[in-house]
Design a protein around this ligand. Structure first.
Ligand code: FMN
Length: 152
């Protein structure tokens, strides 16, 4: 059976969405992995239960992850705890000039949720450039390859 990768993103002005799209394109290069790409508002506990690994992509807003991404994690926490989910996870942060607050906050939440971070967070500052989109594709590729190889 194919391993499953869930990509959840929140984006207001499109930068995070472009990075998530690049990550999805990278992951799609691994045929053996099934993909589901959802906006945070559309994603739920059933999607978390479905996947073997997930990628969270969020802007940094006011030094935090975006409200939309936080709402997804808040909304799914009890169901994920009840099922004792502990999914492999990677992060992409789109920031104007920082991103560290969103990473710090997500790391705290992932410990308690819990999720297992399996890659360095990718923080992109400013409008994503082609090299940033390629790094996002690498993140997607790495997650999909890890799933295919049975690493997580
Ligand atoms: C309300 C708001 C707050 C923001 N706060 C921060 C911040 O604290 N640190 C930062 O680096 N960028 C900040 N930014 C810039 C966004 O993180 C950046 O523009 C990001 O690429 C937006 O992603 P999006 O296009 O997917 O919405 C903020 C933007 C908005 C709209």
């Amino acid at each position: 059976m194919k391993k499953k990768l869930l990509v959840v993103h929140h984006s207001q002005s499109g930068s995070t969405e472009r990075l998530a799209h690049a990550a999805v394109a990278g992951a799609r290069e691994e045929d053996a992995v099934e993909l589901r790409w959802l906006r945070a508002a559309e994603a739920g506990a059933a999607d978390l239960a479905w996947c073997d690994a997930l990628l969270l992509a969020t802007p940094e807003n006011f030094g935090f992850m975006s409200g939309g991404m936080k709402e997804f994690l808040d909304r799914t926490f009890y169901a994920a705890s009840a099922q004792q989910l502990n999914r492999a996870c990677a992060l992409i942060i789109s920031a104007g000039n920082d991103g560290s607050g969103a990473v710090r906050q997500l790391h705290r939440i992932l410990q308690g949720y819990p999720m297992r971070e399996v890659a360095e967070p990718l923080v992109v500052r400013g409008e994503p450039r082609p090299a940033d989109l390629e790094r996002a594709a690498d993140t997607g590729r790495a997650l999909a390859a890890g799933l295919e190889l049975g690493i997580f």
